[in-house]
Design a protein around this ligand. Sequence first.
Ligand code: CTP
Ligand code: CA
Length: 227
Amino acid sequence: IEAALVDGPLKGRRILVTSGPTHEPIDPVRYIANRSSGAQGSAIARALTALGAEVVFVTGPAEAPLPEGAEVHRIETAEQMLAACRAALPVDAAICAAAVADWRVASASDSKIKKDKGGLPKLEFTENPDILAALSQPGPDRPLLVVGFAAETDAVERNAIAKRQRKGCDWIVANDVSPRTGIMGGTENEVILITETGAEPWPRLGKTEVARRLAARLAAHLESEQG
Ligand code: CTP
Ligand code: CA
């Protein structure tokens, strides 16, 4: 279905979704990655498209199928993801579901690092740009609504509330990614939605259902802002 043909509450809205992990090179054959499948991000993009939105989907190398009907931009690194997100502006809303690598190797090697070249390699790291914080910065291009995720293993609600403040975003979808929850890489998600008015725990739901609820909430919010 062509997004533009869907007559839903998000018709005429352009929405940016980041998804998947990023890959940060060590050398031409090796990289640093994480366990994100991209499933939640793809589900969100689909749910927004189903409500009529024009979705720009910026994704790292994810195993989840790409959302049909979205404008897809594939990237590998956090720096490339930031550039692709900036190029997508202006948008009405941005949802940062990507598991962006927090660090990259400070100077990735142009040639393959060899075993026999004097001992173990010493990798030095540097911090990646924070895409959610960058998109949340006040300015003429700031989306009306910026939504982040918070993957936590401890004190989920408290950490997520602090994260919302720190990033300057409007909402945070917080989840517990401890291995015992099976959420990372699984088909279900159990989230707490943190907004300006407080914390709202949602029941454990399929990632598709979490995406639908979030898309519906977002549509209602944009409608009330009539931006
Ligand atoms: N995020 C981002 N760019 C980064 C790091 C994170 O856009 N470089 C976004 C994620 O997409 C997510 C939110 O920020 O929406 C929170 O990510 P998370 O990893 O939970 O938070 P961090 O600020 O990186 O803190 P930490 O990993 O130390 O908990
Ligand atoms: Ca992080």
